[in-house]
Design a protein around this ligand. Sequence first.
Ligand SMILES: Cc1cc2nc3c(=O)[nH]c(=O)nc-3n(C[C@H](O)[C@H](O)[C@H](O)COP(=O)(O)OP(=O)(O)OC[C@H]3O[C@@H](n4cnc5c(N)ncnc54)[C@H](O)[C@@H]3O)c2cc1C
Length: 238
Amino acid sequence: IRLGRGFNGIETSGTTVTAGAAALDAHVARKAAAAGVDLTFLRTIPGSIGGAVRMNAGCYGTYVADHLRDVQVVLRDGRLVTLSPAALELAYRRSTLPPGAVIVSATFTGPEGAPEALEARMADQLAKRDATQPTKDRTAGSTFRNPAGFSSTGKADDTHEMKAWKLIDDAGMRGAREGGAVMSEKHSNFLTNAENASAADLENLGEMIRKKVYETSGVTLEWEIMRVGEPAPEEAGG
Ligand SMILES: Cc1cc2nc3c(=O)[nH]c(=O)nc-3n(C[C@H](O)[C@H](O)[C@H](O)COP(=O)(O)OP(=O)(O)OC[C@H]3O[C@@H](n4cnc5c(N)ncnc54)[C@H](O)[C@@H]3O)c2cc1C
């Protein structure tokens, strides 16, 4: 289901921001900033609010879980219900949305901030991302979860001990290539489509990385990217 224009509204009231599921994260951050509400963490995350809630998206220490007040969801039987963050059990890149449920909008409450200061913070974040990630390449973002998992929620999994990019570097796989797929030289946890990579190139390279990392560090990397469709030929029948 692709949610269209009827679902991309953004409304602010005091420190509350309600955004349709199709509203782009970046637009929500900017509109909130203009109204003096700090949802700046959404500024550099690609995608829209529905996906951000579903994946508990976040960066630079702040996640959806930190500021979500509630979500409006259409259940499989057609009922429109409001769910609390507790019901969604938001964790590192995870949530427990009821099966088949579609998020239609989400309401956030953010800290107050001066619009100019919030604009400046967003500009910093954009620059930081450009400096450290292959933002101009074709990529689906972080490819593997950081093994310990982390969030800014202060929960038990809130550690940064193991970074996927470091394990990939240690396995000598920065810049590794398979067909048109390349592990980015700029950030080794970003799988990129450098030259017309097929889905199989991308998936096979990812699996190669997982194997090498396991051999060098004993850690089994988990895909962060959700893969859909048929498995790559090498895995078929496995
Ligand atoms: C270059 C790059 C950088 C990234 N950086 C970050 C980052 O810093 N932090 C971070 O957390 N993520 C990051 N991501 C991952 C991605 O941006 C997040 O997972 C994102 O928030 C997903 O949003 P989307 O709209 O693209 O959702 P999609 O990828 O389309 O969907 C993600 C999941 O949510 C479900 N979903 C989407 N909309 C709805 C809805 N309305 N109702 C119910 N389910 C829905 C989909 O079915 C799917 O399971 C990055 C991705 C890229 C490409």
